[in-house]
Design a protein around this ligand. Structure first.
Ligand SMILES: Nc1nc2c(c(=O)[nH]1)N[C@H]1C(S)=C(S)[C@@H](COP(=O)(O)OP(=O)(O)OC[C@H]3O[C@@H](n4cnc5c(N)ncnc54)[C@H](O)[C@@H]3O)O[C@H]1N2
Ligand code: MOO
Length: 407
């Protein structure tokens, strides 16, 4: 019995939940997802300070200063960044101050060095009055203490890591990153670099899936290739399952006499959640859950089917395990007709592009599930629900970017 694409998604989302939380140092946070909201432990800036190298002074002292009639001030102190001044600024006086240094008491304005006769003398001439309170960065003007700065679920890019570091946060609680194992299956399969004999083919799926995992920031924990032989297959599946939170297999999952993956997963205690989805390609997709709750996807062996299933189902599952939201799909207009299927949800590789504020898409000229070169020039998956009619050019369809591509 086949289930629908929507039913498959809902069975997966019922099974796959975030893995848990770990505390990691700043240097290991890139690409992780924050598991707890982060509030400001202090305000930013933490103290009122100078935005320019120059002179901290009272604006009322220099409000009429000009090149023709400079205002002389007595330089009574020097304040480098990192030093707290203890001496207030008196009328007619000023301090040499460097960018980031705390503003001394009594000063309300900073005049940039360029608008003066310069540093290093006991008296300085101020040539121009900026606006009152100019060149001052006020305590708390950016963030108030206690304010929520980063929400739970935030993806940690270099930008957010910079924010954490600025608050002195040395480590943060993040969702655990899923460990993924890969098992490709098939007697006919050889590795690139080896000689092909007779009816052998090269292992595309192993490298597709490994690279696809890396493209979402996950280095696969284990990758095996298994022959169509039940004992060895079971042993390799067991080893791969032992090392991961999510097992991906490819091949050996349909109806063939040598398609043993499902039976061997079952022998290892994996419970089938579904097998066979009303979609093209990727119909024999299998999804199960081990006794320890590990998710297992068995993708069909045809490389395009494996790719489609990875993007449509495994990416959202990996995101759910990692506490992330899945990438959003979007709508684009077909430039040419789309060959929808009468009974099955149809996925095709294609290219989406933006022109004059609209998104346009067209399918790859190669449409069969064994045709891996249909990826060349493609940047997305285009999909359509079952329909007796071909979709005409001009119809709006749903698209998903390939996670490693962009517009
Ligand atoms: N009688 C039926 N036959 C098939 C059905 C069906 O419903 N009834 N489904 C077809 C569909 S749809 C697909 S997709 C394939 C999926 O088959 P399997 O998942 O069992 O995969 P295999 O039979 O092992 O391989 C299919 C195809 O892919 C090639 N392959 C396998 N592994 C790799 C690899 N690592 N790299 C590159 N290519 C690989 C393999 O040589 C086959 O050509 O079943 C249909 N049959
Ligand atoms: O997954 Mo199969 O590709 O539907 O031919």
């Amino acid at each position: 019995m086949m289930i629908t694409v929507q039913e498959a998604h809902s069975l997966i989302s019922q099974t796959v939940v975030p893995l848990g939380i770990e505390e990691l140092p700043l240097g290991q946070l890139l690409g992780r997802v924050l598991a707890l909201e982060m509030t400001a432990p202090f305000s930013l800036p933490r103290f009122t300070n100078a935005a320019m190298d120059g002179f901290a002074l009272k604006w009322s002292d220099i409000s009429t200063a000009s090149r023709q009639l400079p205002t002389p001030l007595h330089v009574t102190q020097k304040i480098p960044a990192g030093t707290l001044s203890t001496e207030p600024i008196a009328f007619g006086c000023c301090a040499e101050i460097m960018t980031g240094a705390p503003l001394p008491e009594g000063a309300d304005t900073v005049v940039a060095f360029e608008e003066s006769s310069g540093f290093g003398t006991e008296f300085v001439d101020i040539y121009k009055a900026p606006k009152e309170r100019a060149n001052v960065r006020y305590r708390g003007e950016e963030v108030a203490m206690g304010e929520i700065v980063l929400r739970k679920g935030t993806f940690l890019s270099p930008s957010e890591i910079a924010v954490l570091a600025s608050f002195g946060i040395a480590s943060a609680a993040v969702f655990k990153k899923p460990r993924i194992s890969i098992v490709t299956v098939g007697d006919e399969v050889r590795f690139p670099g080896e000689e092909l004999c007779g009816a052998e083919i090269y292992n595309c799926n192993r490298f597709l899936l490994e690279a696809a995992c890396r493209s979402v920031g996950i280095e696969p924990a284990v990758a095996h290739h298994a022959p169509d032989e039940r004992v060895v297959l079971r042993e390799l599946l067991a080893r791969a399952l032992g090392e991961c939170d999510l097992l991906l297999t490819a091949g050996g999952i349909s109806q063939g006499e040598y398609d043993f993956v499902q039976q061997e997963l079952s022998a290892l205690g994996v419970i089938k959640k579904f097998w066979n989805v009303a979609q093209k390609p990727g119909k024999p997709l299998y999804f199960g859950s081990s006794s320890e709750g590990k998710a297992v996807f068995s993708l069909p062996g045809n490389p395009v089917s494996a790719l489609v299933c990875f993007v449509e189902y495994c990416i959202p599952a990996i995101c759910a395990l990692a506490g992330k939201s899945a990438p959003e799909k979007f709508r684009a207009t077909l430039e040419e007709p789309f060959p929808s299927d009468k009974k099955r949800h149809r996925f095709l590789l294609g290219r989406v592009r933006a022109e004059e504020g609209r998104l346009w898409c067209r399918i790859s000229p190669k449409v069969e599930s064994h045709m891996i070169t249909s990826v060349v020039g493609s940047n997305c998956l285009i999909e359509a629900e079952p329909s007796f009619e071909k979709l005409a050019g001009g119809t709006e369809v749903l698209c998903a970017m390939l996670p490693w591509s962009d517009l």
